[in-house]
Ligand binder design. Sequence first.
Ligand code: CA
Ligand code: CA
Length: 177
Amino acid sequence: MRTEATNRVKLVFNLLDANGNGVLDSDDFDLMASRVIEAAPHSDKAAKDAMVAAFRRYWTTLSDELDVDHDGRISFEEYTACVLSPERFDATVSDFAESLAALGDPDGDGLIERPAFVALMRAIGFERANVDTLFDAFEPTEDDRVKVTTWVVGIKDYYSPEKSGIPGDHLVGNTAA
Ligand SMILES: [Ca+2]
Ligand SMILES: [Ca+2]
């Protein structure tokens, strides 16, 4: 696995541990889902429900696939296995990526404005400066919007162990140090 992928995985693990107890557990995903929903006040109920469902599925998949000692929690060591067999998580990551991007596009025009993007990414816990750099790397239009599809691809790439030098690496930024 590439170093960049390891750093991306480490960052996501720390962010997903929303209650800060050092392991991933069911509670983290409820907390994260409510934070993200709150950051999308203009989205409709269907989009919010889809996001909540995607977070639930995310936890269920991680729990089924990675909780090898069956203690209901996923340690960082358990979590790192996800990058070794990413194909087991493809469908879950796709569902998550599409739900998140859809939440950022309440008017359904296929484009996401910077403030909506920043609000969602900050809710997940990424650093503001890194979020702006990522948005710029997605090559926004003149009126500062990026395509939903670009973001979806960006999220999937983020979880790909063989990828490096991708826009998502900007999220790691200084926080990896
Ligand atoms: Ca936790
Ligand atoms: Ca465990």
